[in-house]
Structure formats: C-alpha cells, structure tokens
Design a protein around this ligand. Structure first.
Ligand code: 7RM
Length: 652
C-alpha cells in the first residue's frame, strides 16, 4: 500500500475550496488573510505570540517572550499563570459558568454533562484531595485511567496545584506502565478498578498492582470505582476516590497555584529509536498558549460548537485537543469512553447525531475501518450538525479522504489534515478551514509562527516533489522543552542532525504549489493504527520470551491500520516454531507491553540478515516482509544466503 499510496497522492489533482458560507463566518476567511498573518508572524514572532498571550489571564506579566540558550528555549519568563485557572475560572469570571464544558458519553449508560462551574468545583475538590494526601508542587503523578470524567478532573487538578502529570495510555500493560512510573519517579498513581471496552472489563488496577511492585516511589494509589469488579485494596496505600472526595475535610474551594511560565506541566512518554521511551516535557505558558491558539484557528471554534475528538487522552492528541485546547477556548468538548464499533458500527455516527456534534476530529485508521463497514451505517444517522472534520496521526489516503468528505461531511465540511507530534505540543502543519483550498492527502501549510521546511541529507532545501527530511527552523511556544532527565537525548534526537534546526523524524515533500505532503517516519518509529510504537520496544518484549533468541520487527502496510507489525524471530536452540508458540509469543508481548504492540505476523527464522559487524539490516527485512522480489543491495551482509530462506518463508 505504501507504493499505491505514493502513486495515488502523486496523481492527486483535485482541489476542494472552502464554501463561501463557511469562509464568511470563519475566523480566518481567505488565503490572502492567512498569508498576511503568516508573513507577519514570521517576521516578528515575538510580537505575534505576545499579542496572543495577552488573551490569557496572567497572575503576573512576563518580561521576555523568548530566550534561547543553545537548543533550549524558554517562553514568557518571569510571567506567572495557572493552566487550570485559564481553562475554568477565567471563563466563569466571564459569565460562562453555565456553559457545558464536558460531555461524557459512556460505553453503556447515561451521558454526563459538566458545566464550567461544575467542572471547576470537581477539579477544586480533587485538588484538595491531592493536597490532603501530601502532594506538593513539582511532584509527579501518574494517571492510568479509562476515558472517564475523573481522568479530565485529575489532569486539571494536577495543573491547578502545580503537580506534574504523566498519563499512561490504558492500552499499555504493566511493564510499559512500570517503566514510565520509574522514569518520572511518580509518588502517586490514579487509576480505576477497570475500564469498559467492547463490553469487556479491562482490569486496570491489577496492572497497576503489578507495575508498582518495582516502583518504590509510589506511596499512594487513588482508585475510581467504574466497573464494580472485585479488586484488592492494599491498606494505607490504596484509596477509593469516592470515599476520599466526600470527606468533610475536603472543601469546594482551592486556590490555583501561581506557576512560573516554564514550570513543568506534564510529561508524556513517546517512542523513539531506542527501547526506552522518551519522557517528553511540556511546560505551562507556552504549551497553553500554543494549544489555545491552534485550537481556535484550526477548528475555527465558535460559541455554539459541540466539538468531539475521538483520541484517547493517554496520547498527546487527547491532552491538547480534548482537554487543554478546547477548555482554554471555553468550548464544549465531548469525551467518549468506548470503542468505535460498539455495540454496532454506527456508534460514532449515533454519538454525532445524539449530541449534534459540529466538529469531529479522528484518525485515518478509524475512517478506513468505518468506511469498510459500508455507507449504510453513517446513512442510518443524521449527521447534518457537522460543519468541520479533522484527521490526525498518519497520512490519510485520498480514497479515505474522499469518503470522509462525501459520506460523513456531505460534501460541505472542510477537512483539516493536521500534522504534529507529541513533541510539538500542538498542530504545526494544517489547513485553516475557512481559508485553505484542500488537496486530499496533504496537510497543506504551516500554522502562523511555524517555519517548516524540507531538506535533503546535506541540509540543502529539497526541490518541489523531491522529498527529504521535515524540519522546523524556528522555535514555537508549544515545543517540548527537553526529554525528562535527559537533556543530551533531547539535543541529539532533535537538534543532532542539523544545527539549530528541529528534526521531526518524518519524510515529506512539498509540491509546486508549496503544499506539504507527509510521507512517514524516517526512524525506527512505527505508526500502528495511528499509535506511535518503537520497533526496539517491541523487539525487547519479544526477546524477553523464554523461547526467543533474537527478534527484529518491521512495519508492513495494512489496509486499515496503515501499518502492521511484522516480526522475524529466531528461536533458542532445540525449540521448534509452531502456531501454538506463535500465539504464546504474541500474548507475551500484549501482556507486557500492551495489545496495541501485538505483532500481526511472526516469521520464525534460522538467521537474520546481518552486517559483518552484527548489525541487523532492517531495510532488507522490510523488503522481504513486503514481498519485494528485489531486496536491494545485500553485498554488505555477513551471509547473503540468509535472504533466500527468509523470502521463502515469508508470511503472506
Ligand atoms: C499527533 C500525533 C507523531 C507522528 C508524526 C507523523 C505522524 C501525525 C500526521 C502524521 C501524516 C498527519 N503525535 N503524523 N499526524 N502523518 N499526516 N496529519 O500523532 O507523537 O503520536 O506521532 O505521527 O509520522 O511524526 S505522535
């Protein structure tokens, strides 16, 4: 599909202009206006960001917009504010206390709604619980929760009193959770007895119990009762949320802590080239400003909008565009607990119909999966409320784009294809819906303030359609500040290849009209169903199985997931590769790392293609897994004959 994808986007000539009526009411109404704002923002970025920052509420004004020290950047130094205050109190003060902040749609059962005032109260009370339990500014709190309101409340409560949250996606298993807790030395874990998905209960608390066995930093675990399933509560360590929150000592009011602009807000681990995930650090003011401004313009948010992003809050998309961006804009944000096809493949469309969702943001992998179910599902629902659609996480193939546009958007909704990363904090390359003529499959142009470029290996600008490395040449307020506890890794990963220029890790090209087309990762990171997973991480979990001697993993194209994991596994002497063993190894990876990291296919191999110095040549494995006749140059292999056998045993 990769090749098909490239040919299809190279042939893609269609252009979709925003309708006059959409542009008329949008905050950015034309390409002319975008270009003017963009030009000014680049000419004087500090002025641009300072102007936008004044829309937030500061306890104390900043002195400098940006200070650079080598590859480290600080925004709004000497300024003080609070993120939760800006997401809640600011709007209540402006008279929006009765507006709905959060709509929660459970997998089963009744919808819950929180106004800004109600959410403010819940957050304040839980902040008091955290204080009561002895946590203080700068402490780390790990959140391992399903998509329930208490997750949003926990994040905002941390932000309110200056605790640093580190959210771990509920699809990760105990080893991944343990490593992330250890890396940031969290004092507390917030979790739930379980989570519902496809009518099954996933026992999150058991996973936490397992993970914290080797985490001496964790002193307390707060547990939300969600599933009423039986779990063990360890005395003195484990605390029920509902019991704690109703204690008489817990008051409704909690002062928002005055935070320095550059104090940490959260850590979010993401996969990189090595087996050890990076703890991406985002700080207060710059991050808040960046998600505020991008949410406002990219989603063209208006007072009456009902906005729904289907991501999980355990990923950056959920942090920035379910919670912080929407709430900073006083928007109504919807949060859905369950799976896209439960109980039927029209669940998403039913939710849109039920809540009259106006803006819908999802991943190409979900679009492809839903498209495969047939048009009858969306056609069984009233989707007329929709006015804007968005995608994120991976390139969208034009076929899926057209279906999304035609069947979901009824040909009238612009589609914002937003490119960004955990590290970037918010959206960097994207259409602005009232302005940008769209080309299916292209993320179009950089957001104001962002200097994006594509360069060749030697650092020179690539020519149109030539392709190269996607880089960002100037800092922006939402960028990561470092890798938690590892400044060297930060410098090396993002600024090691080109001097003073941020390396995104993606390959891309721009066309003759200057549109950006993102092609995919250039490192050992895979996007499986839009989830970011490192090959090295999966490999380390494969080799930790007792039967496995060696393993190498490559992504192979998949019609729904975008990419799927194909693993080459060498077994220990005397062990035969059976289907039974294959299943066991896959389960082993799921149990330790998470179901999202399960290899789709495992090929048992006597030997792997290695250079004379013993390095596994993934390029060759990738070609073999994809069924290429010609696997490229194999003269540097210690034993070129291994290729023949590997080709023969390929799993189709
Ligand atoms: C938001 C998110 C980042 C990687 C990134 C790309 C890929 C994301 C798009 C995309 C093509 C897009 N953060 N990616 N958005 N590729 N078009 N619109 O996904 O840290 O988990 O992943 O995702 O490869 O580098 S992430």
């Amino acid at each position: 599909m990769e090749k098909d994808y490239i040919t299809s986007i190279l042939k893609e000539k269609r252009i979709f202009k925003p309708s006059k009526s959409f542009s008329k009411n949008a905050s950015i109404k034309s390409m002319g206006q975008y270009k003017k704002i963009y030009k000014e923002s680049i000419k004087n970025p500090n002025k641009f960001w300072a102007e936008k920052a004044s829309e937030l509420e500061w306890f104390k004004k900043w002195k400098t917009v940006l200070r650079k020290k080598g590859n480290f950047f600080k925004y709004f130094e000497h300024g003080k504010l609070n993120v939760a205050f800006n997401c809640l109190d600011r709007h209540i003060k402006a008279g929006k206390g009765n507006k709905i902040a959060l709509i929660w749609e459970p997998e089963k059962g009744a919808t819950k709604r929180y106004t800004y005032s109600q959410l403010h109260k819940e957050v304040s009370r839980f902040s008091n619980v955290l204080k009561y339990r002895g946590l203080r500014k700068g402490d780390r709190v790990c959140i391992y929760m399903p998509m329930i309101p208490e997750l949003a409340i926990s994040m905002l409560a941390c932000a309110r009193i200056g605790l640093i949250h580190s959210i771990v996606f509920g699809g990760f298993s105990s080893d991944s959770l343990r490593d992330r807790i250890k890396d940031c030395k969290a004092k507390m874990v917030i979790t739930s007895d379980g989570s519902f998905r496809n009518n099954k209960i996933i026992p999150l608390k058991n996973t936490v119990d397992d993970a914290v066995k080797k985490c001496p930093s964790v002193k307390q675990i707060i547990v939300v009762k969600r599933c009423k399933n039986k779990i063990k509560m360890k005395k003195k360590r484990d605390i029920w949320w509902h019991k704690e929150i109703t204690k008489k000592e817990i008051k409704d009011k909690c002062e928002a802590e005055s935070m320095d602009s550059e104090d940490p807000l959260f850590i979010l681990h993401t996969s990189g080239t090595t087996g050890k995930p990076k703890g991406i650090l985002h700080t207060q003011a710059g991050y808040l400003l960046y998600v505020y401004q991008t949410f406002k313009w990219v989603f063209d948010i208006q007072d009456k909008d009902i906005y729904w992003c289907t991501a999980d809050i355990g990923w950056i998309t959920g942090h920035s565009y379910i919670i912080y961006g929407p709430l900073a804009n006083a928007a109504t944000t919807l949060m859905y607990e369950g799976a896209p096809m439960y109980p039927k493949p029209n669940r998403f469309w039913e939710i849109i119909q039920k809540h009259k969702v106006t803006i819908f943001y999802t991943a190409p992998t979900a679009i492809r999966a839903l498209m495969k179910q047939g048009d009858k599902w969306p056609k069984s629902c009233n989707l007329k409320s929709l006015r804007l659609l968005g995608t994120v996480g991976e390139p969208i193939n034009p076929e899926a784009w057209i279906w999304y546009h035609k069947i979901i958007g009824n040909k009238k909704c612009p589609i914002v294809d937003t490119w960004w990363q955990t590290e970037t904090g918010g959206i960097l390359i994207t259409p602005l819906p009232g302005a940008t003529p769209l080309k299916p499959g292209s993320a179009t142009f950089p957001f104001p303030g962002i200097v994006a470029d594509i360069v060749k290996e030697n650092g020179k600008k690539a020519k149109p359609n030539e392709g190269g490395f996607l880089v960002i040449k100037n800092p922006w307020p939402g960028m990561l500040r470092t890798v938690w506890g590892d400044d060297e890794r930060y410098k090396k990963t993002y600024f090691g290849k080109y001097k003073r220029i941020y390396l995104a890790g993606d390959s891309a090209r721009y066309d003759k009209d200057g549109y950006f087309w993102i092609m995919g990762r250039t490192d050992d990171v895979m996007k499986i169903s839009g989830h970011r997973i490192g090959t090295a991480e999966v490999e380390s979990h494969l080799v930790s199985h007792k039967a496995v001697a060696e393993a190498a993993v490559v992504p192979v194209p998949d019609k729904i997931k975008g990419w799927a994991i194909y693993a080459f596994v060498t077994l220990k002497k005397g062990i035969t590769g059976t289907d039974e063993l294959r299943k066991k190894i896959i389960k082993h990876v799921a149990d330790h790392m998470g179901h999202i990291a399960k290899p789709e296919k495992i090929q048992f191999a006597d030997d792997l293609p290695k250079t004379r110095s013993g390095k596994i040549m993934r390029r060759i494995l990738k070609a073999i897994a994809e069924g290429e006749e010609d696997v490229g140059n194999i003269t540097t292999l210690a034993d070129p004959s291994v290729v023949v056998n590997l080709k023969k045993d390929r799993i189709k």
